[in-house]
Design a binder for this molecule. Structure first.
Ligand SMILES: [Fe+2]
Length: 386
């Protein structure tokens, strides 16, 4: 593969600035999107830039810098065809599940969080459950205001989620339990190529993947801690989704390990596509919504958990994926799609997608069903300094 002189210059600038795209772009006198564009070929190959630069200069790439195999064909100085290939020193075809398994094996050293002080007993109310409905968060999404009308990066994700959760937890009605539903697409990217796994769509992402993973995990821990400080019991349910199928697995397992000394916190690590809970007289189904048509979900619930369906008066699904809100009453069951906190990226804004953004906390009475909800709307964070 041939790289242009400008692409090599971009790669070497990123190397010289320890991977900091902003500093590298500054040193070249170009914008951050421009340097990302120059690096896009390297990202497409999922390779470390330095080994690409070596290859482009006609050198054999260093094995310890390679993430994928290389091959090259051409003609030598005498016009004779040649081909050569390289593989990383520890090259081995690894499945997503194998990588996830290795990650989990490394969690044994993860320090457990201290016990979180819960609410005063008189502040909890039997027979009431709160439900924090977290629509697609897309941690790692990068949006530029001049392209898409809003600026958004990791700092916005973290500070606005923190503000929204603090606001809603501070106003939450007394309840015996909090369910936090992560509707999926919690992370915007799931690999260092910054492409979706299934379709290979290019994604605008902020910074390097380890930074996105670290920030996202910290945000989830803070959110659960805020829930545990205001509710006697917290359950975290997370949906498999199209943007972060692997990260969803490792984050749930990491959270389970982190909260292992907090028996009031339960992290659901089941990999099933649909999750069901019975909350008194109410049945709730949770899923991302990228596989099953939402109109079919009531029948799916009736087939999957007929005992819960028969024992409840109110039934509802909570889904993500579409990034806008609707609530549809169907036979015996409603379906609610959740709004999200982040803005649309350049592609979606260009395609005409527009919707309001918010985070909602719903309160469910175990006898009378859903009684109401509190909202943290986007107008509330517009004045926040990020
Ligand atoms: Fe999404």
């Amino acid at each position: 593969m041939q790289l242009t002189a400008r692409q090599i210059e971009a790669i070497e600038a990123v190397e010289a600035h320890d991977g900091d795209l902003y500093a590298a772009a500054d040193s070249m006198g170009i914008s951050q999107p421009s340097i990302r564009k120059l690096l896009s070929e390297g990202r497409r190959r999922g390779e470390r830039p330095r080994s690409l630069a070596q290859l482009a200069r006609g050198e054999a790439p260093r094995e310890d810098l390679m993430l994928t195999s290389f091959s090259r064909r051409g003609k030598d100085e005498d016009g004779n065809p040649f081909s050569e290939s390289w593989r990383p020193a520890n090259w081995k075809k690894q499945s997503v599940h194998e990588l996830a398994r290795r990650f989990v094996a490394s969690l044994s050293d993860l320090p457990a969080l201290k016990k979180i002080k819960g609410p005063n007993r008189c502040k909890s109310r039997r027979g009431t459950t709160n439900l924090l409905k977290l629509g697609d968060l897309h941690v790692g999404l990068l949006v530029w205001a001049r392209e898409a009308g809003h600026n958004w990066d990791l700092r916005h994700s973290e500070s606005i989620l923190h503000a929204a959760v603090s606001y809603l937890m501070g106003r939450a009605p007394q309840a015996e339990k909090l369910i936090i539903f992560n509707a999926g697409d919690y992370f915007h990217v799931d690999n260092t190529r910054f492409e979706t796994e299934a379709s290979g769509h290019k994604l605008d992402a902020d910074g390097r993947f380890p930074r996105i993973a670290e920030t996202g995990l910290r945000m989830a821990i803070r959110m659960i801690e805020a829930g545990a400080a205001t509710h006697p019991e917290v359950e975290f349910i997370s949906s498999d989704a199209n943007h972060d199928p692997m990260s969803n697995i490792w984050m749930r397992l990491a959270l389970r390990e982190a909260f292992r000394n907090n028996p009031r916190v339960h992290i659901d690590t089941e990999p099933a596509p649909f999750h069901y809970r019975q909350v008194g007289n109410t049945a709730i189904g949770f899923t991302h919504g990228h596989k099953c048509k939402w109109r079919d979900l009531p029948e799916v619930m009736a087939a999957d958990v007929r005992d819960i369906w028969g024992a409840t008066r109110y039934r509802m699904w909570k889904i993500g994926h579409v990034h806008h809100r609707f609530v549809q009453d169907l036979r015996g069951c409603s379906v609610e799609a959740l709004r999200v906190l982040p803005p649309g990226d350049a592609w979606h804004v260009g395609a005409g997608y527009r919707s309001l953004r918010d985070l909602r906390l719903e309160t469910i009475d175990h006898e009378y069903g859903p009684l109401g909800e509190d909202i943290f709307p986007e107008a509330m964070w517009e004045g926040l300094a990020v």
